[in-house]
Ligand binder design. Sequence first.
Ligand SMILES: Cc1cc2nc3c(=O)[nH]c(=O)nc-3n(C[C@H](O)[C@H](O)[C@H](O)COP(=O)(O)O)c2cc1C
Length: 302
Amino acid sequence: MNLLFGPFTLNGKQLKNRLVFAPTTTSFATENAEVTPGLVDYYRQRAAGGVGTIIMEPGVVSPRGKLTSKSMGIYNDEAIDSLSEITKIFKDNGVIAFIQLAHSGPRGRSSFLGEMPVSPSAVPFFKDEPTYELTKEDIDHVVKDFVAGALRAQQAGFDGIELHAAHGYLLSSFLSPIMNRRTDEYGGSNANRAKIVVDIIKGIREQLGDKLLIGVRFNGKEYGDQGLDPADAVELAGIFEAAGADLLHVSAHEVEVPSWWGWRPYRPHLLRGKMSLWALFKLRAPGQGDRNNPGHCRRQIK
Ligand SMILES: Cc1cc2nc3c(=O)[nH]c(=O)nc-3n(C[C@H](O)[C@H](O)[C@H](O)COP(=O)(O)O)c2cc1C
């Protein structure tokens, strides 16, 4: 009990407890991606709920990266003032403030983007939605957009950002061997597929040093057969940690959790609602991942 409700220090930040509100897209922004009074109210209510940390829903880092027609955007300086209003509410309630940074990539829809969604390779996420394969110059642009989003988040008063590299969005599609068929330095090995995320983390650290906490949310397993498996996820965890991530937030599938009868695979339908607590534990990748025996990929909580 004390572990959950007691204070916790995360790389120098004092958290009042280990309860974390998980990032949840609301689509309460305007069609121009601006913060609305309804969105501010929504977070005022969440901040009063007793959690120690809120990972605010994604700020999309470019208009072409919208997740929905009413995603909130962090791609221009006008966002800083309205987001400051929200971080002030968090601070007044003693809540540590994170914002997720996202780009929809192949999960975008041309109906609200007004142009083709983008992806690491021309592999569609939706059967009826062809995607544009990013060039290396485009990838540099995406990295700069994420770094610029992080700078704005810091100016708006956030303590940290979480890179959304899960659920099939752009960074997640780079990590996926199914979606990412590139033959350059951004495709192939785990390290190559993770390069875009590593470049973003390093870019943020170059600009801001330790002023901003950096988290990465990624999948413990591909959604579907083949592709990213738990052994890959363990290796990716080590890559993100080595690049300078402060926390890892593993989403769904094949993550093992302690139970009364030993380590059990985490299954969202069995342990609904517990996953976000993992955000506050740095997961240690012991390096014994075995592609043919996922049971060897047990993560340990530090
Ligand atoms: C409506 C809705 C929107 C969500 N939006 C996001 C999102 O933008 N980013 C994200 O990483 N997860 C998103 N999620 C997943 C949640 O963060 C969370 O992982 C999920 O609700 C399961 O809860 P748990 O992680 O506490 O088990 C969303 C979930 C729901 C229900």
